[in-house]
Write a protein that binds this ligand. Structure first.
Ligand SMILES: *Cc1c(COP(=O)(O)O)cnc(C)c1O
Length: 405
């Protein structure tokens, strides 16, 4: 029996069973053809069943699927770390691989804390954002700030090492004034906070955060698990403001195999170099550097560059704006658009009840949560398919009159 995520198993409506998938289409057991408007939790950026991605996995499988990185290494993980070092901005050159995003965030936080321990500093406090989401493991949860995900641990007072601030310049200045010399790191989802409600904020906040981190000797961590690989319209937000540690996941393997990476700059890496074995980074996920995952990640990056994905994402954003800007309904609180992400936030979660079924009847798979109805489409979506997604979202409001009106 499968135990499903974020579900009350007692009252859950049965999930849709997928039998095949191709491009942006999911083909279901009931004979439906559904456009996936959320890219399987934002990861399937090239669509499903992509011939070139399939092929590299088949090729690698004929050599080997996996060997551990403890005492062993292989060409594919070497090629991927070389490619990332060359492709990522600045001196983000040292790649530590993990099997999932949450673990990669743990690694980033561990790096920041141990970087300080290694240099004899007692800095332990972590600065994070309100409404942050950084994963579901304990420490990642602690820096997260979303009660809807983590309420079960609310009474766990481990939170005292973490300070949360809103994405406002005044709050940022105040936090550094008050705690600047106790902070080990500042972790953010840059520009776009995903699971915390598709909240978007200005790059000026990050520019100032970089300056304050430099002034106060604090490491800046970008969790780009959701924003990386073009989702904000930038290749990485790190192209605009350079962090000390960058975390990538989700789109890294084009949604094929769970894998993530924590990339450190030279300064962080050098903080672990020593003749003392106790100063080494003590972490090692079993499946880190999995050869199938690394091989498909390399191909995914190749497609991203070769097929000019930033242009595709700019086209998606234009259509989002053309279809959604100015769309109003009394139930809608705000519409937010950035790059490959569009969100219609409603005032009351009840006004989204039944949307999943409504969309399925119109050939679209979507899964709103709380008060957020959003699209994070695969970048290879056609204009017609994208219009079908957005017009389904609008039709939900147009065809369901406000009750009592
Ligand atoms: C999805 C996500 C994570 C967690 O990644 P998993 O692979 O699900 O563990 C962490 N941070 C952000 C910003 C995410 O969107």
């Amino acid at each position: 029996m499968i135990w499903y995520p974020y579900q009350q198993m007692k009252t859950m409506t049965p999930p849709i069973k997928v039998k095949a998938a191709k491009g942006v289409h999911l083909y279901t057991e009931d004979g439906l053809d559904l456009i996936d408007s959320i890219s399987s939790w934002w990861s399937v950026i090239h669509g499903y069943n992509h011939p070139e991605l399939n092929q590299v996995i088949i090729d690698q499988l004929q050599k080997f699927a996996h060997v551990m990185l403890g005492g062993l290494t292989h060409d594919v993980v070497q090629q991927l770390s070389d490619k990332l070092a060359e492709w990522l901005p600045g001196d983000l050159d040292y790649c530590f691989f993990s099997d999932s995003g949450s673990v990669a965030v743990e690694v980033a936080l561990k790096m920041a804390l141990q970087f300080n321990t290694n240099r004899g500093s007692k800095r332990r406090t972590i600065l994070a954002l309100e409404h942050a989401y950084h994963g579901d493991t304990f420490k990642a949860m602690e820096v997260g700030d979303d009660e809807d995900y983590h309420f079960a641990f609310e009474n766990n007072d481990a939170r005292r090492d973490v300070i949360h601030i809103p994405t406002e310049l005044l709050a940022l200045e105040e936090a550094f004034r008050q705690y600047g010399d106790e902070l080990s790191c500042f972790i953010v989802e840059p520009l776009l906070q995903g699971a915390g409600g598709f909240r978007m904020y200005d790059v000026a906040f990050l520019t100032r955060a970089r300056e304050l981190c430099d002034e106060h000797d604090v490491l800046l961590i970008f969790d780009e698990i959701a924003t990386g690989f073009g989702r904000t319209g930038n290749r990485f937000v790190a192209d605009l403001v350079l962090p000390d540690i960058l975390v990538l996941g989700k789109g890294l393997t084009g949604g094929y195999i769970g894998h993530a990476v924590t990339v450190a700059n030279h300064r962080v890496y050098d903080g672990f170099l020593s003749d003392d074995p106790a100063k080494a980074l003590m972490h090692g996920p079993t499946f880190m550097g999995n050869a199938l995952a690394c091989r498909v990640a390399l191909k995914s990056i190749e497609l991203f560059e070769r097929d000019h994905y930033l242009e595709k994402i700019a086209a998606i954003e234009r259509i989002y704006r053309q279809e959604l800007e100015g769309f109003t309904d009394p139930r809608i609180r705000e519409i937010r658009i950035m790059g490959g992400c569009a969100c219609i936030e409603v005032r009351d979660a009840k006004s989204l009840e039944g949307f999943k079924q409504f969309a399925a009847e119109r050939g679209v798979f979507n899964r709103p949560f709380l008060t957020y109805l959003y699209a994070m489409v695969p970048y290879i979506i056609s204009e017609d398919e994208l219009l079908q997604v957005l017009r389904t979202m609008k039709a939900w409001f147009e065809l369901n009159p406000v009750k009592g009106a």
